[in-house]
Every structure is written in C-alpha cells, then in structure tokens.
Design a protein around this ligand. Structure first.
Ligand SMILES: C[S@@+](CC[C@H](N)C(=O)[O-])C[C@H]1O[C@@H](n2cnc3c(N)ncnc32)[C@H](O)[C@@H]1O
Length: 286
C-alpha cells in the first residue's frame, strides 16, 4: 500500500465519521475496525440494479399524476441512454475502488422519470457520495433542456469527503461527467448548516433526501425544505418511508412509496417515497 493512499483513505475515513474527535472515539470503541475502515471504500452506498422497472414507472406516474405509459417511456429512455453510461464508464476508469463498465442506476430510474415528467427548474439533493444520483438528475435536466428548452439546475449537498475512492483526490460528485456539470451547484458541508440558506433563497421543484438517514435528520431536512417547495413540488426520500409518511399525514398531503427489487446483491433493498406540495395548503395556511 502506498503511503499517500493510506493518508487519503484515513482522511476520508475521518471525514466520514464527522471529524478527528469522532473518528478517535469510534476507533476506541471499535479497535479492530482500523483495517476495515481503510480497506472498505464503499460503506455508504451500493451499486446494483433493480428488477421492478414497472413499479418504478407506476410510482413516478402516481407522484406526478401522469399517464403510466409516459412514465415507462422515461424509464426506458434512461435504460437505453448509451451516451450517459459511456460517460460514467469513462469516469470510473479513474479508480480501482469502484466497479468498471456499465454502472447500474437502480431505483434512481424513478428520479429520472419524475424529473422528465415534471420538468422542475430547481432540484435539490442531499447526500451525493460518488455522484450517481447527481448524474442521473443532471441527465434528466439536460434532456429536458435538449427536448423542451426547459433549463434546470441541481443544487447538491455533501460533506467535504466521505468514503470516496482513495487513488485520486476525489470530492463528492467526482463521478458526474464534465458535460453535465454546467447545471451542477455542489455545496460541500453539513446539510444542517447549508440547507436552510438554500430553502430561503430558492423555490424548489424537486427535493431528494439521501444523506443522514436518522429519523431526526430526515425530518429536519423535510421540514426545512417544505416551506420552500413550489406548489406541485415533489419531496422525495431515499429512505424507509416512515418519516415522510408521518410528515405527509401531518400535512394532509398525498403519500406514495415504492420498494425496489434488488438484483444480484446482498443488500435487501430500500424504498423511495414522495409527497407533493399542494397548490394551497389544505387547512388554508401556506
Ligand atoms: C447514500 S450516500 C448518497 C448516495 C447518492 N445520493 C447516490 O445517489 O448515489 C449518503 C451521503 O450522505 C452524506 N451525508 C451524510 N450525512 C450528511 C449530512 N449531515 N450533511 C451532508 N451530507 C451528509 C454522506 O457523506 C454520503 O456521501
């Protein structure tokens, strides 16, 4: 192992634990985990495909109140997007810590279909990691612009460095191809600090939570962006449905959920859920 690799990996591990103090505390309580921490470069995200595209399409159609055939078209559009996958494969060649070849987008198919269906201007994402979700969203925005002249922007938040490839100085979002970066506003820091300002500044059409999945943090993010959501704006979570389900019940808004069917991976799978900001709040308040 080269020294610079070890240093970079250690820095990533420290950042992913939330700083030196937290990392030292972690090592004292898990003394055998040093090797694992350095070796395992993909602790926060897994890449696998899903086998239920039709359910992903049904979910996208319900969330956007669209025809299911249109949603299916967009799922297929991403499945067959050769240029997109080629660009991702080229980025992957930079590292030996990720699979090479065609990276499966999995449940992010539904993110793509939703953005193609509603054509939001401002999208916000928390939790970037390598940037596969960012790349999918940016490709959808690019296709919205190419086909309908509808310009959009993605603002994404992640911490400075966490669980990223260690064979080059990777930042969150390193996987996003250069051709998609002109719509990308990547902000490095904690969502607790950065999200409130974004919610003050922008009127948001699409929000996806995929950062710290503790119920407190998920709720914080949803409550922070909710007042900033445009009428018809979509709030999604890439986490178990309970926090968003409760929130939707409290706000008396619609709630949709979809469980992915994982192919060829030990990870049991996750849910994607969504609620939609009504044109005017049901109780008459805004
Ligand atoms: C599951 S990964 C995101 C995966 C990504 N959305 C995708 O589609 O591949 C979770 C990410 O959330 C980030 N994260 C966790 N807590 C965070 C916080 N409080 N603020 C910002 N980012 C956070 C981690 O650094 C990690 O990169």
């Amino acid at each position: 192992m080269k020294l610079d690799w070890i240093i970079r990996r250690a820095r990533n591990a420290v950042a992913s634990k939330g700083g030196w103090r937290a990392a030292v505390r972690f090592l004292f309580s898990h003394p055998r985990s040093v090797g694992g921490l350095l070796r395992d470069d993909q602790r926060q995200n897994w890449y696998y495909d899903i086998g239920n595209d039709d359910e992903a399409a049904a979910f996208a159609a319900q969330v956007t109140a669209s025809d299911i055939d249109r949603a299916r078209t967009f799922i297929l559009e991403l499945r067959n997007h050769q240029a997109f996958y080629t660009q991702l494969s080229e980025r992957l060649l930079q590292t030996r810590f990720r699979p090479h070849g065609r990276l499966p987008v999995g449940r992010r198919l539904s993110w793509y279909a939703i953005i193609r269906l509603v054509q939001p201007e401002i999208c916000v994402e928390t939790g970037v990691h390598d940037g596969l979700g960012s790349a999918v969203i940016l490709q959808a925005l690019e296709d919205n612009f190419r086909l309908h002249g509808k310009a959009g922007q993605l603002i994404s938040i992640d911490r400075p460095s966490s669980d990223l490839p260690a064979d080059f100085p990777a930042q969150p979002g390193w996987l996003v191809p250069p051709t998609l970066r002109h719509r990308y506003d990547l902000r490095l820091g904690d969502a607790r600090q950065l999200l409130p300002a974004i919610a003050t500044e922008y009127s948001i059409g699409f929000f996806i939570h995929d950062s710290d999945h503790s119920p407190q943090h998920e709720r914080f993010e949803i409550e922070t962006v909710w007042p900033a959501m445009k009428p018809g704006g979509i709030v999604m979570t890439d986490n178990g449905p309970e926090v968003l389900r409760q929130f939707a019940r409290q706000e008396n808004t619609s709630f949709f959920t979809f469980r992915e069917q994982v192919l060829k991976h030990t990870y049991p799978g996750a849910s994607n859920s969504a609620t939609v900001k009504p044109a005017s709040a049901p109780n008459g308040l805004s």
